[in-house]
Design a protein around this ligand. Structure first.
Ligand SMILES: Nc1ncnc2c1ncn2[C@@H]1O[C@H](COP(=O)(O)OP(=O)(O)O)[C@@H](O)[C@H]1O
Ligand SMILES: [Mg+2]
Length: 234
């Protein structure tokens, strides 16, 4: 479904991605793990068109998308739930969710996705009229994910959904990620919580300073001595 081929992305002279290649197949959860500064967010931003690679190509179902503006890439079904849950603080929960569907005009489809999001996140249903900025960290994360789902993505890009959350909420978020995937959405999951990410993913890539260091089946990576030593911390 998604292919990155030898991607090089820069911030002015800083060479942030140094030849990233990866694939995500339809129906998969693929995780991208690695320490702070490895280039995970830069990779997602390059896929979603916020950044343009200097070299290399991104393909969505065989079609090259890396020269398209971000809004065209969104319209093709690539949706990102950004790091640090960038929700609209001054809009209500309901308005935030409606914003997620701003590209669509299939009223029935929007209504059924709205119902689906509220079933996945009952906490949001209880807070529809509350302002986004007054939600707890975990609720804002749920809202950011729910908003991304309102675009009915073919592939959902999640940037550190568990960051800063209490353990019980981390567990809930990962359960919901599995649920979203089982309902048919392909997911590229960026995480620093390598353990939890590898437990829900089918495959994984380990990033280190702008390159892919290791890749493979998630269960195999969980047991890989280099991964255990560097990212699982025991
Ligand atoms: N806006 C920016 N301007 C300059 N350098 C940046 C910017 N954003 C990220 N970087 C640099 O690019 C590298 C990768 O960052 P990032 O993709 O955010 O890593 P990660 O998400 O894995 O923590 C880091 O060295 C970071 O300092
Ligand atoms: Mg990041």
């Amino acid at each position: 479904m998604l292919t990155l081929e030898n991607i090089h992305t820069y911030y002015d002279r800083i060479h942030a991605l140094k030849g990233i290649s990866l694939t995500v197949e339809q129906g998969e959860i693929v995780t991208l793990i690695g320490s702070n500064g490895a280039g995970k967010t830069t990779t997602l931003n390059t896929i979603s068109g916020i950044l343009t690679p200097k070299e290399g190509a991104v393909y969505l179902e065989g079609e090259r998308i890396d020269r398209l503006p971000a809004h065209s890439i969104t319209r093709k079904g690539v949706c990102q739930s950004p790091e640090g849950r960038k929700i609209f603080a001054r809009l209500t929960v309901q308005e935030n969710l409606e914003m997620g569907a701003f590209n669509r005009n299939d009223t029935d489809g929007i209504a059924s996705d709205y119902a689906r999001v509220l079933t996945l996140f009952p906490r949001l249903r209880e807070r529809l009229k509350q302002l986004g900025g007054t939600l707890s960290g975990g609720e804002q994360q749920m809202l950011a994910m729910g908003r991304a789902m309102m675009a009915r993505p073919r592939i959902l890009l999640l940037d550190e959904p568990s960051m800063g959350l209490a353990p019980i909420l981390v567990e809930a978020i990962f359960r919901i990620i599995l649920e979203i995937n089982s309902q048919g959405t392909t997911i590229l999951l960026v995480e620093q919580n390598a353990q939890a990410a590898l437990q829900v993913a089918h495959r994984g890539y380990v990033m280190e300073t702008g390159t892919i260091r290791l890749s493979g089946d998630a269960k195999t990576l969980l047991k890989d001595p280099q991964v255990v030593e560097a990212y699982l911390g025991f």
